[in-house]
Ligand binder design. Structure first.
Ligand SMILES: [Zn+2]
Length: 93
């Protein structure tokens, strides 16, 4: 229940709008344009948004599209990070 309250607080603070507003340059979303701002003013409703946290602990509410883009970019980033570590280990040997 506590987590849910935090989630709601964030959405209310953002006035139920996706945090990926034009030129916000959010981490791991980069230049992806939020479809909600293309078709309207970025407002999502209660049924479709996700709370997202960046690596310095800031959280923000994102629409499902932006959340998915972030999720995909994050997994690519972690994959590359892992790959780089493997390459470094291989070079050491
Ligand atoms: Zn969005």
């Amino acid at each position: 229940m506590k987590a849910k309250n935090k989630k709601y607080k964030e959405a209310v603070q953002q006035k139920w709008k996706c945090a990926n507003y034009p030129n916000s340059n959010l981490q791991f979303i980069d230049n992806y344009k939020c479809p909600l701002y293309i078709i309207s003013d970025g407002t999502f409703d209660e049924s479709c948004w996700k709370l997202s946290t960046d690596n310095i602990g800031n959280s923000h509410a994102l629409c499902p599209s932006c959340h998915n883009v972030k999720k995909i970019n994050l997994s690519i980033y972690h994959h590359e990070l892992k790959q780089n570590n493997i390459d470094i280990i291989k070079n050491i040997k």
